[in-house]
Design a protein around this ligand. Sequence first.
Ligand SMILES: [Cu+2]
Length: 141
Amino acid sequence: MKKIGLFLVILVFGLVYAYTQPVIKVVDPWVRAVPPTMKNSALFMTIINDGDEDDELIEVKGDISKMIQIHRTVNENGVMKMVHVEKIEIPAHSKVELKPGGYHVMLMGLKRPLKEGEKIKFTLVFKKSGEIQIEAPVRKM
Ligand SMILES: [Cu+2]
């Protein structure tokens, strides 16, 4: 009888845990095509959280450039500026668009020219959901 009780406790905790997780989906990732002389580009996507818990994109990893940072384009007295942000919050039951003029993943110091149509691999790191692998095609806006 004790064993069944323990089993039920674990089951209930398991269900509560499962239902209070963020559920992250990445839709339509793409990398901006740039001329071979340009050493920087950017990665864009839509991040959907269908879960009941908030999550945060905290890091992006990849081999295509020397450095990868999460940026936000802001309008400061009419001047567009890019600022480095530590994370992007993805609230429960919402979606956040990374797009030109807003949040983006900055690819700094490209190691080689990008070819239109090729797919580039990245690993997105979320605070709660952990690592998610994506493949983003290179295309023009
Ligand atoms: Cu940037």
